[in-house]
Design a protein around this ligand. Structure first.
Ligand SMILES: Nc1nc2c(ncn2[C@@H]2O[C@H](COP(=O)(O)OP(=O)(O)OP(=O)(O)O)[C@@H](O)[C@H]2O)c(=O)[nH]1
Ligand SMILES: [Zn+2]
Length: 219
């Protein structure tokens, strides 16, 4: 299965013979499904056998197919480019911070494939009064969350996308999450939370960081 996306540049000839170049579009490498359901089903069947279960018993017969559909849903962000969600731009002449806080998310830790979940807080400082839609910040969090990963990488990808694609003058992303691999198994510390921060541009300044942390009541 190929996860890669490539950029295709379309060209066409107009009436006067001038070659026009249309904007690049993201196309799939092939028409094969992005998630291989058959492979997941075989794997889940093998795991059930390996733990001593009978995958043919009534309650488990449909489980491999259910898990395949679930993986397609919860890992759907693997095959998408985060910058696609920042398409809405408005010029509002607002150059102060925009913060959307308490965005709930569910992701999966890449070490154990168990959920980690919590709240993301996304702040940015517009450049030249250009902002994006508020919902797009939550869409960005959702897209990036739907991948197997570690929390630090999730935090950094969200910050980098806002800095590079929105051309924000500053970005600060704070994520607070509970990792089930730390609470329901292993070290078993229910209630423990992991906080990660990624700051870019103007928010690399500690005073500005404090401003956001105060708004989040974390400072
Ligand atoms: N830095 C970081 N670590 C994570 C994240 N999610 C899970 N982990 C850690 O990944 C580590 C994997 O450690 P290993 O020793 O390879 O695996 P393990 O034997 O299952 O470890 P334990 O969880 O300590 O039982 C654990 O310490 C997890 O707590 C994350 O988002 N960021
Ligand atoms: Zn884990």
């Amino acid at each position: 299965m190929s996860q890669s996306l490539r950029s295709k540049k379309a060209t066409s000839k107009s009436g006067d013979g001038v070659l026009a170049v249309t904007p690049p579009e993201i196309v799939k490498e092939s028409d094969a499904p992005l998630v291989d359901h058959e492979k997941i089903e075989q794997a889940v069947r093998m795991i059930l056998e390996a733990i001593g279960e009978n995958p043919d018993r009534e309650g488990l017969q449909d489980t491999p197919a259910r898990v395949a559909r679930m993986y397609e849903e919860i890992f759907s962000g693997l095959h998408r480019d985060p910058s696609e969600v920042l398409s809405a731009r408005f010029h509002v002449d607002h150059n102060e911070v925009v913060l959307v806080k308490d965005i709930p998310f569910y992701s999966a830790c890449e070490h154990h494939l168990l959920p980690f979940f919590g709240q993301a807080h996304v702040a940015y400082l517009p450049r030249h009064g250009v902002v994006t839609g508020l919902s797009k910040l939550a869409r960005l969090v959702d897209l990036v969350a739907k991948r197997p990963q570690i929390q630090e990488r999730m935090t950094n990808i969200i910050a980098d996308t806002l800095e590079n694609d929105l051309d924000a003058a500053g970005v600060m992303v704070v994520i607070e999450a509970e990792h089930l691999c730390m609470t329901m198994r292993g070290i078993k510390k229910p209630g423990s939370k992991t906080v990660t921060i990624a700051s870019r541009g103007a928010y690399e300044d500690p005073d500005r960081q404090q401003e956001i942390l105060r708004m989040l009541k974390l400072g």
